[in-house]
Design a binder for this molecule. Structure first.
Ligand code: FNR
Length: 407
């Protein structure tokens, strides 16, 4: 794959974002969306893997590697998807399933389906409109958009174009005043919850980024932090993001930080990045209104278990006192159904949205969400479930006293 010359060094001018964005593309591919089916250069985009392949052909290697890569040997990254694949669905027949209803709520806010947009950094590496395109795609799908702290677009601009529900993801900075300022700005900009990411007191080593000297091209910044003097990566060899995290994120995170956050905001707090039932329960007892079972898409501690393995423990430990969501490796509607069967209220997707943005901006991300919606609908029909409350652990066992059929 050829690398566009100087993608790291494009000159920022009046159209800084545009210039930087063009610099990370491999060339223009023609996307069209006819009859509800996406095509790129007349190749059909039928599923998430098609979008991933098309994104790989579209992006400079450094950017694709940043989006796709995981920590160290990428074992957790692979196992996240494999974990959902391994679970088998003991579907029910002759269940008289009519039209499916997949609407639900997250922290009391209605969403049209239990598939939510995870916070991911640096969307302007994927498309010119960046986070605004992702927020609009979530709005079109009537689902939740979570904006990363590390966005290339300021939260005020993104939330102005996002519909409810819209949540803000927070990292705790070493400088408490910076963290406080982010929370206050998120509240003022219309965020309806704060998602505190707790699995990144430091950055898991992503060796692809080390080799590629990953950094943001000139013209792109960590926009939320720019007014606070933390908008740029330090100049280092290796991963600029790793150096940024080392310099700025609070390493000695504790439950006292969660207490501080719950006391500092009027918004509900969601804790993201939990891998154990006991931590989930404790977080809920310290004020978290929801937990995201997540290993950051395999990007932090390598050999952490797949989220499909963790989820039942967290549901059993804390599902009675807070909402539980899960992310990591969800690539099919049947994966969503399995997560719900184990006990999650909803799932989040990270990379699939990025692939959609890379291929066709807002339209691509919206299509990715519609693919997952259609696949979930099909899985519900074939499993004998008309509504989300019909989905349960009985689906994962050949017979079960809690199966609706024996109820
Ligand atoms: C992430 N993730 C993430 N999480 C977070 O809390 N804040 C962030 O800024 C980011 N940034 C980020 C960038 C990229 C490129 C990726 C792939 C992921 C983790 C994200 O929220 C989510 O946990 C995973 O992406 C879920 O796994 P899948 O769906 O990507 O397999």
């Amino acid at each position: 794959m050829s690398r566009p010359p100087g993608w790291l060094h494009s000159r920022a001018g009046g159209t800084a974002g545009t210039t930087a964005w063009r610099a990370v593309r491999q060339g223009c591919r023609r996307y069209n969306f006819a009859g509800g089916l996406g095509h790129v250069d007349s190749e059909p985009l039928v599923n998430i893997a098609d979008y991933a392949r098309a994104a790989r052909r579209t992006l400079a290697k450094e950017v694709f590697d940043y989006y796709e890569g995981g920590a160290l040997d990428e074992i957790t990254l692979r196992e996240n998807s494999a974990g959902w694949e391994k679970l088998k669905l003991y579907y029910r027949v002759l269940a008289d399933v009519g039209p499916r209803d997949m609407s639900t709520t997250v922290l009391g806010q209605p969403v049209s389906m239990p598939i939510l947009v995870a916070p991911t950094a640096f969307h302007k590496l994927a498309c010119e409109e960046g986070e605004v395109a992702a927020a609009k795609a979530a709005r079109a799908a009537e689902t939740l958009f979570v904006l990363s702290s590390l966005s290339n677009t300021a939260m005020e601009s993104v939330f102005a174009q996002a519909a409810s529900p819209r949540w803000f993801q927070l990292y705790i900075y070493k400088d408490r005043e910076i963290t406080r300022e982010l929370v206050k700005r998120a509240e003022a900009a219309g965020a309806e919850a704060i998602v505190l990411t707790v699995d990144a007191p430091g950055l898991g080593t992503r060796e692809r980024d080390t080799r590629n000297n990953f950094r943001l091209p000139d013209g792109l910044a960590v926009e939320n932090l720019a007014p606070l003097g933390k908008g740029n990566f330090p100049e280092v060899k290796g991963s600029g993001l790793a150096a940024y995290v080392r310099a700025n994120f609070k390493e000695d995170l504790g439950f006292d930080d969660l207490d501080w956050l719950c006391q500092s905001t009027r918004l509900p707090v969601v804790v993201k990045g939990v891998c154990r039932g006991d931590d989930a329960r404790r977080a809920a007892e310290h004020g978290a209104k929801a937990i995201v079972v997540s290993n950051h898409g395999g990007r932090q501690l390598d050999t952490a278990p797949a989220t499909s393995e963790v989820l039942p423990h967290v549901v059993d430990a804390a599902g009675d006192i807070c909402e539980i969501y899960v992310d990591g490796g969800i690539r099919r509607g049947s994966d969503v159904l399995k997560a719900l069967a184990v006990g999650a209220r909803a799932v989040l997707v990270g990379r699939p949205i990025l692939w959609g943005l890379c291929v066709a901006g807002e339209q691509g991300a919206a299509h990715v969400l519609e693919i997952l919606r259609r696949e979930l609908d099909e899985a519900m029909l074939l499993c004998g479930c008309a509504k989300l409350s019909d989905i349960g652990r009985w689906l994962l066992r050949p017979s079960d006293p809690l199966s609706p059929i024996s109820a």
